[in-house]
Write a protein of this length. Structure first.
Length: 363
């Protein structure tokens, strides 16, 4: 019992020790990790410990507080730790590679952990792939077909050198679409697509936002596609904006929507009936895009959101002559051209949308 308490105290001391990196999860950066891999010598959070538990050949986990730790294991942890592991297993992570955080979907976190410890993809011995070759890939993905009914297997081709992504259907001789890497974006959308490997690809065609919803049965394959798209985007940005510093380019490679969800909107006269629409806020492009359904290929419209000093603002009340039957929270988005009125599902959603819109207006 004394050993148990003493070793637990030593372990918790190690977890908090300055200059070790042990105070944040070695894999997702979450603060105060409560678990550790005693085979790798790293401190990890509960979520990441679940992934490690499924990889018994490379990792063995224990709770810092609930499990008994032998003195030899404490010594092992002392000689290793998170900064040591980072230097070893993340020595050669390419700049375009997406490093997941705790809020990211499971497949991203799983493949990051497996790439590091199981496949040793970022060890010092590895040759760093240049973004142009890393941004070239071809293979099949399951793509949501017309009418949102079913997924069909389609051949995809990505070429950073040509600056395009194409996909082909069985019938088509030529590509069904040629997508410029300039407007290409990709984000994981697990809940929306209803598949644990669901990826949403967006791009601009004829001035309109277009969505493709795809997945692959294999987790590694879909994450490799995502990082290949990122490599191609990085290559494009580096070539197009050679003088922009790296820390400014990285966030622009790919992005998630700042906010998404249902709201109701009325028309330009503000007398039309309110209709339920699915809204996506792209803070980088400063666009509020709306669709009839979350899985629609094309947007029904979009609202550009400028800055406060250009006459844009968000209010939680209605314009003077507008009347709403339902007693539900509202948002008025004021632009120099007109006022857009939205009805939210509840107070929490109203606050989330107002915060997200205000962030864009003030940036």
């Amino acid at each position: 019992a004394m050993d148990y308490e003493r070793n637990k105290a030593l372990l918790l001391e190690l977890q908090r020790a300055a200059g070790t990196g042990n105070d944040r999860c070695a894999d997702c950066g979450d603060p105060d990790p409560e678990w550790a891999s005693y085979k790798l010598g790293i401190f990890i959070c509960l979520n990441c410990s679940g992934i490690h538990r499924n990889l018994p050949e490379i990792s063995k986990v224990k709770s810092l507080r609930l499990d008994f730790w032998e003195s030899s294991l404490i010594e092992f942890m002392r000689n290793h730790g998170n900064l040591w592991a980072k230097a070893k297993f993340e020595a050669k992570v390419p700049l375009y590679y997406y490093i997941p955080k705790s809020h990211d979907c499971l497949v991203l976190r799983q493949q990051w952990i497996r790439a590091k410890y199981e496949r040793g993809e970022f060890l010092d011995t590895q040759v760093c792939q240049d973004p142009c070759s890393a941004g070239s890939r071809e293979g099949c993905l399951w793509k949501l077909g017309k009418g949102r009914r079913q997924f069909q297997k389609r051949q995809f081709l990505l070429s950073a050198r040509e600056g395009v992504m194409k996909y082909y259907s069985k019938e088509s001789k030529g590509p069904k679409a040629i997508i410029s890497i300039e407007t290409l974006n990709a984000m994981f959308q697990v809940e929306k697509i209803g598949h644990s490997h669901g990826l949403q690809i967006t791009y601009i065609t004829d001035g309109q936002t277009r969505n493709l919803f795809v997945y692959h049965e294999n987790g590694k394959e879909i994450v490799d596609w995502f990082n290949a798209i990122r490599a191609a985007r990085y290559h494009y940005l580096k070539t197009t904006f050679p003088n922009v510093p790296e820390p400014e380019l990285i966030p622009r490679i790919t992005r998630n929507f700042a906010q998404e969800g249902y709201m109701e909107k009325t028309g330009p006269k503000q007398k039309e009936a309110f209709k339920v629409r699915w809204f996506c806020l792209d803070s980088q492009e400063r666009n509020l895009i709306y669709f009839k359904n979350p899985l629609d290929a094309f947007a029904q419209g979009q609202v550009f959101i400028g800055r406060r000093d250009e006459g844009y603002e968000v209010r939680d009340d209605l314009p003077q002559k507008v009347w709403v039957k339902k007693k539900k929270p509202v948002i008025t988005l004021v632009t120099p051209v007109r006022e857009f009125v939205f009805i939210c599902e509840n107070d929490r959603k109203q606050k989330e949308w107002m915060d997200a819109l205000n962030k864009v207006i003030t940036q």
